[in-house]
Design a protein around this ligand. Sequence first.
Ligand SMILES: [Zn+2]
Length: 234
Amino acid sequence: MHGLANLALQGAGRFPIGGGLAASPAGTSAGSLGLNVLVLNRSFVAVHVTNVRRAITLLFRQLAEVVHIEEGRFAAHTLESWRELSDLRSAFRTADEDWVQGVGYELQAPRVIRLVSCDRGPRQGVRFNRRNVFARDGNQCQYCGKAFPMSELSLDHVVPRSRGGITSWENIVCACVACNVHKGGRTPHEARMQLVRQPVKPRRSPLLSIKLGNPKYESWRSFVDSAYWTVDLR
Ligand SMILES: [Zn+2]
């Protein structure tokens, strides 16, 4: 039995992961459990992105270990040793770290984990989905050039479907409601609207590119080199 699993549950199962861990209600982000964690296979190749909640579950089940950079070198930790290290580090936390609250202890949110029995390679290609299209276009309407919250953007077929336009990276762009309505069933040329950028299929996950620009995920860079730009986000 893992020592941590004996701890009493906090938050009455609000975060149903082993050991009763919960995102800290004060001092740290309540959303720590939802933060991203890079998943490496046994050969240290980035294969996936998951969240802290799922990562901790994998640690509990001893299916994964935490990969942490200490003094420029990689160190692997079991949940137990990661907890001990977190205990040490908690007094010296920095703004780029996130913490998860357990009962009587805090765990630093891991950024990178390694599956100890997985030889799967990275998924190929960037997934064609709504989130990735919005990320590629930077939530910017590709006709008027203004940025909008995702809820106010729609996807527009550049060449309308009624004209044989297909649903592909090259024919789908973000558009605001006003531009979408104005364009109607016309091509941009007919509607005298110009695209901000010609849509293309991204070489790497647009969401991953955004993450890599965030100091929180600095440690991912070591694993996500140019060969693995295609790592998929959930
Ligand atoms: Zn617009």
